[in-house]
Design a protein around this ligand. Structure first.
Ligand SMILES: C[S@@+](CC[C@H](N)C(=O)[O-])C[C@H]1O[C@@H](n2cnc3c(N)ncnc32)[C@H](O)[C@@H]1O
Length: 249
């Protein structure tokens, strides 16, 4: 199976609601900024959000931004430029000035899926301030991610996490009949000789993966978005802690 399809299978194994969540994001894009948006796909990986956006809206354009050379290469070689509507940018969303690597001009929407939880609170605050500057007035951020309930909501938190465990939703399946998980996918792709350079660069750029990043909860996102200048901030889709948070500039 092609690596991008294996990626989608691996991500959907972790997030069974992934396609429903993508569809919800795109419904909100259409309703807020129309069917011809100029978009960003932030932490795009191999391009799952952009692929669905560009298929659903034939006049949309997207700029995928990521710092992982392996995933960027899979995206650029597999999805490609989609007849000139897709651009790939290698940039670190944690860095000051990440937005200066983008094609110039304002954007209608910034989409992100399962990526911003890699940023700490201070990084997220800076990132939202930069994003505010490159969205047009009325433009929107749609962030689909695991966004925690407040630390004080102990029972809700525990229940949401219990609901996420695959075994709580379905009986355990033998290894042979289920998709790879994150570690298995990365172990498999690490054996690809033609990606050796990208794999080595990735290891230098992400020496500790992101596991355990102390990223803000829902209240932390809201306060940082407000401080950055976003006028309206609210959840527009949610399944436990898997949510889509929208912010209008
Ligand atoms: C779980 S993947 C999700 C990829 C894609 N959005 C999807 O839903 O399939 C998280 C992505 O965020 C990217 N990412 C994490 N930290 C980043 C950073 N500081 N700058 C740019 N991309 C980052 C990772 O490289 C990875 O591609």
């Amino acid at each position: 199976m092609e690596w991008r399809l294996r990626w989608d299978a691996q991500q959907s194994f972790l997030l069974p609601e992934r396609e429903v969540r993508f569809a919800a994001m795109l419904d909100w894009v259409e309703s807020l900024v129309g069917r011809r948006p100029r978009c960003l796909d932030l932490g795009c990986g191999p391009g799952a959000v952009s692929e669905r956006l560009l298929a659903r809206f034939p006049q949309a354009r997207s700029v995928g931004v990521d710092f992982d050379p392996v995933l960027l290469r899979l995206g650029a070689s597999g999805l490609g430029s989609v007849a000139g509507r897709m651009t790939w940018v290698d940039a670190d969303l944690r860095a000051r000035g990440w937005s200066s690597s983008l094609p110039s001009g304002r954007y209608d929407a910034a989409l992100s899926s399962t990526a911003l939880h890699w940023l700490t609170g201070p990084q997220l605050g800076r990132f939202y301030r930069d994003l505010f500057r490159i969205l047009r007035p009325g433009g929107v951020l749609l962030n689909a991610d695991q966004i925690s309930m407040p630390a004080g909501a102990k029972k809700l938190r525990a229940a949401a996490r219990e609901l996420r465990r695959p075994s709580s939703r379905s009986p355990p399946r033998p290894r042979s009949s289920r998709a790879e998980d994150w570690t298995e996918w990365w172990t498999a792709i690490a054996r690809e000789p033609h990606l050796r350079g990208e794999l080595a660069l990735r290891a230098r750029r992400f020496p500790h993966e992101h596991m355990g990043t102390p990223t803000p909860d829902l209240a932390g996102h809201r306060v940082r978005l407000r401080r950055a200048g976003f006028r309206e901030v609210d959840l527009v889709w949610s399944s436990g802690e898997s949510r889509v948070l929208a912010a209008v500039r």
